[in-house]
Design a protein around this ligand. Structure first.
Ligand SMILES: [Fe+2]
Length: 498
C-alpha cells in the first residue's frame, strides 16, 4: 500500500512529529490506523480503551497534540475520556470516531467540545486529511480538476483553501439547508456536507470531492433527517453544480467597485428597508440571506449584472421593488413548502427580474399614480411582461423557468391577467408566487400611489380587493408569515403541485 496523496511542504513542517494518542478497542483497526499515521511521520501511542488512555495521559503531562478516540469501548468510553481530556487539558485536540448512524445521538460529545468527528466507516485519505487539517490549522481540499476516483488507493492530489470550513459549528447563519433527496447516487459532492444534530450543532459528515455517501444518506432518512447542510460560502458551488451555471457564466471583466456599490451598499440598505411590520423576523432574515446569495451568484455573469444595473439606474423604486419581490417570493415559497435551493434560486432570480421589461418604459409613466395614467399609458406599461421575456431570452445563462415566470407574472387565477389571459392551469406555478409577492410589495411598500403600511393592512387589501386573483394556498402561506388570522373560506384546501 502506498501513501496516496502528497502533503505540501509547508504543511509538512507544521505537523512533523506531532504526537497522537489513538484509542480504539478493535485491535486490528487500531493497528491499521496506526500504520497510516506513522507513514505520515506522526508519533503514535495506542490505547485499547478509555481507561488505558486516561492513564497514559496522566503519566505523560502535555506530551500529546491530539487524541483520536472511538466512542463505544469497555471500562471508560470515548465520551468519558473526552470529558476528562477537555476538563484537564482544554487545548488538547480531540477527534471522535463514531458509527455514522450514532453521530445524530452523540450530542454529549458535541457539548463537551470535540474538535472533529469521523463518521465510520471512513476512507484512509479522509482520515488522514482530518488529522492533518486539525493539527496544521490549514484546510485541505482535493483539487477540483482531479480526475482520479475516490477509491482509497487512487493517487489523490490536494491543495489548501483559504476559508476553512469548520468540522463542527453552532452558528446556523453559516449554513444553507438542502433537501436530502437532492443528493443522488453516484454524484461527486461539490462541497462539504453537514448534518444538524439535536442540540443545533452542525457536524461535517462528508467531504468535498468524495462520492455521495449513499449508505449514510439512507440511514439519515430512516432517522427522519430531511435536510443536510452546506457552508454558506459553498452554496454557489452547489448551485453551479445543479444549474450548470458554471458552464455558461462569463468571467467577470466589470470593475469591482461598481458591483460592490450595487450589491453591497444599495442592496443591503434596501433589504433592511423592505421589512414590513408584522412579518416573522427570523423567516424574513433567512429569505434576505437567500436573496443576497442569489445576487452574488448571478452578478458574476457580466450580462446579468448589467441587467441589475439597468434596473437600479432606470427608476428610483424599480430596483428596490425587485429586491423586495424577490425576498417575499422566497418567503412565501418556503412557507408553502417549496424549499429546494434550486427552486428558491430560480424564484429569487425571477423576483429580481420580473419587471425588467419596465426598463424600456418611460420613467414618467412608471412614476405616475395609477389613476392618472391614460389607457394608452396603461397598455404601454402592460407590455413589460412580454418585453421582459424578450430581454431575458437574449441571455444564455438565464434559466428557461425564469423567463417563463417573468412572462407569466401578471396572469391570474381568474384568467383575466395579461399578456395572455392564461387559464390558471397553464400559469407557471412559481409565477403565481411572484404575482402574490408583487401584489404584497405593491400594497405594503411606498409607491407613487401610497405610503408604506403594515403587513396586516397590506393583506387586508389584497384579500378583500383581489383575493380571488391569487392561488389560495399561497395566500394562506403569506398570511401565516404575517401571523394573519386565516379566513374560513381559505382553510383546509388541497395544495397545488409544483
Ligand atoms: Fe410587473
Amino acid at each position: 500500500m502506498s501513501t496516496n496523496f502528497t502533503i505540501p511542504e509547508h504543511i509538512k513542517d507544521l505537523i512533523e512529529n506531532k504526537k497522537i494518542l489513538l484509542v480504539e478497542d478493535d485491535s486490528s483497526f487500531r493497528k491499521l490506523l496506526k500504520t497510516f499515521l506513522e507513514r505520515e511521520k506522526f508519533e503514535v501511542r495506542e490505547a485499547e480503551n478509555g481507561l488505558v488512555a486516561k492513564t497514559i495521559l496522566e503519566l505523560n503531562e502535555n506530551k500529546f497534540d491530539l487524541v483520536i478516540s472511538d466512542i463505544k469501548m469497555p471500562q471508560l468510553d470515548g465520551v468519558e475520556l473526552l470529558e476528562y481530556s477537555k476538563r484537564t487539558r482544554p487545548n488538547l485536540k480531540f477527534i471522535v470516531m463514531t458509527g455514522f448512524a450514532e453521530i445524530l445521538e452523540s450530542q454529549e460529545a458535541h457539548e463537551l467540545g470535540a474538535d472533529g468527528f469521523l463518521p465510520k466507516p471512513f476512507e484512509k485519505n479522509i482520515f488522514l486529511l482530518e488529522v492533518i487539517e486539525l493539527l496544521s490549522g490549514v484546510s485541505l481540499i482535493k483539487k477540483s480538476n482531479d480526475s482520479s476516483d475516490e477509491k482509497s488507493e487512487g493517487q489523490m492530489s490536494i491543495s489548501h483553501q483559504e476559508n476553512i470550513r469548520p468540522n463542527v459549528s453552532d452558528d446556523a447563519s453559516l449554513f444553507r439547508k438542502i433537501h436530502i433527496d437532492e443528493f443522488t447516487q453516484g454524484s461527486t459532492l461539490s462541497s462539504d456536507i453537514y448534518i444538524k444534530v439535536n442540540d443545533g450543532k452542525f457536524i461535517k459528515v462528508a467531504r468535498e470531492g468524495t462520492i455521495v455517501p449513499v449508505a449514510r444518506i439512507s440511514v439519515y432518512k430512516e432517522k427522519r433527517v430531511n435536510h443536510l447542510f452546506v457552508h454558506r460560502l459553498d452554496f454557489k458551488k452547489y448551485l453551479d453544480f445543479n444549474l450548470n451555471l458554471a458552464k455558461v457564466i462569463n468571467k467577470s471583466n466589470l470593475e469591482n467597485n461598481k458591483k460592490i456599490r450595487i450589491l453591497k451598499h444599495s442592496t443591503e440598505l434596501i433589504l433592511e428597508d423592505v421589512f414590513t411590520e408584522g412579518i416573522d423576523a427570523d423567516k424574513f432574515d433567512s429569505a434576505k440571506d437567500l436573496v443576497t446569495d442569489t445576487l452574488h451568484v448571478i452578478s458574476q455573469d457580466d450580462n446579468i449584472f448589467a441587467l441589475l444595473e439597468s434596473l437600479e439606474s432606470h427608476a428610483d423604486f424599480l430596483y428596490a421593488h425587485s429586491v423586495a419581490v424577490s425576498t417575499y417570493a422566497t418567503l412565501i415559497s418556503k412557507e408553502y413548502g417549496w424549499e429546494s435551493p434550486t427552486t428558491l434560486f430560480k424564484l429569487a432570480m425571477s423576483g429580481l427580474f420580473h419587471d425588467i421589461g419596465k426598463k424600456e418604459i418611460d420613467e414618467e409613466i412608471l412614476n405616475k399614480p395609477r389613476v392618472q395614467r391614460s389607457s394608452q399609458e396603461t397598455a404601454q406599461l402592460e407590455t413589460h411582461a412580454s418585453r421582459g421575456k424578450e430581454i431575458l431570452s437574449t441571455i444564455n445563462s438565464i434559466p428557461n423557468d425564469v423567463i417563463q415566470i417573468v412572462y407569466h407574472h401578471h396572469e391570474n387565477e381568474l384568467g383575466t391577467g395579461y399578456p395572455q389571459k392564461l387559464n390558471k392551469a397553464n400559469i407557471h406555478p412559481l409565477a403565481k408566487v411572484v404575482a402574490l409577492a408583487d401584489s404584497f410589495c405593491n400594497q405594503a411598500m411606498k409607491t407613487p400611489d401610497h405610503e408604506k403600511v403594515s403587513a396586516k393592512v397590506a393583506i387586508d387589501r389584497i384579500y378583500s380587493l383581489h383575493g380571488r386573483e391569487y392561488e389560495k394556498d399561497l395566500l394562506v402561506a403569506l398570511m401565516k408569515i404575517a401571523n394573519y388570522p386565516i379566513p374560513d373560506d381559505l382553510k383546509k384546501r388541497k395544495k397545488i403541485s409544483a
